[in-house]
Design a protein around this ligand. Sequence first.
Ligand code: ADP
Ligand code: MG
Length: 699
Amino acid sequence: MTLELDTPVQYVKGIGPPRAKTLEAKGIRTVEDLLTYAPFRYEDRSNVKRISELAPGETATVLAVVESARLSSFQRRRLGLFEATFTDESGRTLAGKWFHSDYLANVIEPGREVALYGKVEFDRYSGTLAMIHPEFEILDPEDPDVSLHTGRIVPIYQAIGKITTRVFRRIIHGVLERLAPIEEPLPGHTLRRLKLPKRDRAIRELHFPPPGTDLRLLNAFRSPAQYRLIFEEFFWLECGLSLKRTKARLRKGISFQLTGRVREKIKQMLPFKPTRAQKRVLGEIARDMASENPMNRMLQGDVGSGKTLVAAEAAIIAIENGYQVAVLAPTEILAAQHYFSFKNLFDKLGYVTGLLVGSQSQKEKKQIKKLLAEGHIQVIAGTHALLEEDVAFHNLGLVIIDEQHRFGVMQRLRMIEKGVAPDVLVMTATPIPRTLALTIYGDLDVSVIDEMPPGRKPVKTFHVTEDQIERVYSFLRQEIDKGRQAYVVYPVIEESETQALKAAEKMHEHLSKVVFPDVKVGLLHGKLPAEEKEAVMRAFKEGRIKILVSTTVVEVGVDVPNATVMVIEQAERFGMAQLHQLRGRVGRGAEQSYCILVTGRLNDAARERIRTIVESTDGFHIAEMDLRLRGPGEFFGTRQSGLPAFRIGNLIRDQDVLEVARSEATAFVENPPSPEELKRAVAYIRDHWQRRYGLVQVG
Ligand code: ADP
Ligand code: MG
C-alpha cells in the first residue's frame, strides 16, 4: 500500500495500536507527523574503525562482538558498575564501562553484536583501550535492515516510550520506501532563489543523509535538507502573519480625537515632567489612536522606565472620547497594582476606576459588572476574570495588556471582541529580539522607552549566603538610621503560597521583635483582604512602616522612592525576570539603592542566574540570558502563550533562518508572483498550519 502524508500512523508497518498510542501522546498522528520527527543527532558509521586502528582521545564508532560482561560492586559501595569487553575482526579487545547501569547485564550479553560510539581512552588498570559510557546499539545479524544501522550516516532519534532510535529508524525507512512522492508546497521562485532542495528530497535526507554529507553541518541543523525544512516551517507562519497584517490594515477602528480638553486633562494628571522617551512613545500611540485603523502596538520598557504613565495618558485619550479602558494583567497582584496606580492618577480627574479579579465575592463581582456594563466605570483593571462571557462593556475603546507573553492569541482576541475594534496597547518589561517579538506577538508595532526617569542611580546588587544574614541586618540598620526604607521579600512558588507566607510571618516576627524592636515592620501578602493590603501599602508609602516584609506582592508593586534596600530571601528560587522586577522596586529616588540576594547553596543553573543579576541591570540583557538559559518553551510558557509548536525549527537556535523566512514571506504576500500562487499558499496554510499556529482568519 502506498502511504500518503495524511495516512494515520497505525496503518504503517511496524506500528500497531500500542505504538500508535505512544506516538499519539507525543502529537504524532499521521505519516507527516512521523516524518517531521527529526533526528536530534547523527552518527557517522560509514567510517567505522577497527579496534586495532583506535587511538586514545578520538571519538569513533566500532562494530564488535561482546566477549565478556560482568557486573561488579566497586569498593564495597554498590555502584552497579557494568563492564564488558568487545572484540572485532582485528582480534583486539576494547573495554566498555557503564556506572549505575545494572540493567545492562540483560542487554549486553556475550555473543551479541553491537555498535559502540564514544571517546576512546586508555584504561591503565587493564592496560587496554576503553570507552566510558559509550552510546551503543545492539545489532541483530538476522535483521534484514542491518545496513540501516551501520555503514552509513545514521540518524539518532529521541526514544519515545519503548520506541527506540533503532525502531524509529526502521519504521521511518519503511515509510519512505512506500511513500507517494511528496508535493512541493513552497513557491517555485523562493525555492530557486534560496537554492533550497525540494520537500520530497529534504524529508528523505533529513532521516537518511546522503553519503558524504558534512556531519558537523548535520549536527548543527544546517544541512541543506534541515535548513529547507526549518525555513519552510517559519515561512508558513510568517506568511500567515503577513496575511493577517494585510487584513488588519483594512479594518476600521476608532478614530480618537486629540482635543484641547484631552491635553488639558493629561497635564492635570501628570505628577512630573515626562521624559523625552515617554513623550516620543506617547506621540506614536496618539497617532495610532487618532488613525482610523485599530492600534496594535507593543510598549517595551525596562522595569521602572515609566510605562504606567504612558498607559495612563493613552487611557485619558480614550476616556475623554467617551470610551472605556480595560487593563488586563496575568495575576491578581498585578491587576490590583494597576488598579491602585490608575486610581491614584485618575481620582483627581473624576474618573471611576474598578477592579475585577477571581477572588472577589460573587456579590462584589456582580456589582462591578453592572457598573461596567452601564458605563459608570471608566477604567477597569483585572485578570482573566475580565474575559468571562458575562463581562460586558458599555463602550470599550482601549485594551491595555500587561506582560502580554502570558496571554495567548485567543485570550487577546476574546478581550478585543468585547468592544468594536478597540485599540490595543501591550506593555512588556521583557524585551526580546525584534523578529522573535514580531513572530510571537503577531503583528505589533513596537515602541520602546529607552530612557530612565532623571536622577536614577543604577542599583548596586550583592549576593550573600544565609549564614551572613547578620551583616545584612546591620546594613539595613544603617540605611534606616539614614531615614530610608527597605523591603524583605520571600518567594512564592506556585502552589506553595502558604509556605512562603509562613516564612514571611516568621521573619516579620523575628525582625519586629528581636532585630528591630524599635522600628515599625509591616507584613504584606497575597492572602490579606484587599483593604488591609491597601492599608499596609499606604503606611509604607507614607513612611510609617520602615521595613516591609512580604511575599512577592511587591513584584510590580508599591511605588516608594524612599525605599533603598531590597532584600530577597531564597533568591535562588526566583526566576531572573522576577528578580529583575523585584530589584526595580528600589532605585526609584535620587539616593543610591541596593539589592541583596540571600541564598543557600547554589546549583550551577542558579549560580548562573544570580551572577547575571549581580552583574547586569540591563533588562534587555537579562531577558536574553533568561531566554537562552531556559529555552523559549519555558520562557514564554509554551502552550498558553500561543507560541506555535515547531517540529523542526527552534526559535532560538534558528533565529537567522527566521529572519530570512520573514523577509521572504513578507515579499511573497505583498508582491506575489501570481494571484494563483498566493491563493495556493493561503489554502495550504489554512489546511496545514492555521490551527497549529493559532492563526485565526487567515483565509
Ligand atoms: P514601569 O511600569 O515601566 O516599570 P513605572 O511606570 O512604575 O515603571 O514608573 C517607575 C517609577 O518612575 C514610578 O515611581 C513613577 O512614578 C516614576 N516616573 C515615571 N515617569 C517619570 C518621570 N517622567 N519623571 C520622574 N519619575 C517618573
Ligand atoms: Mg485608532
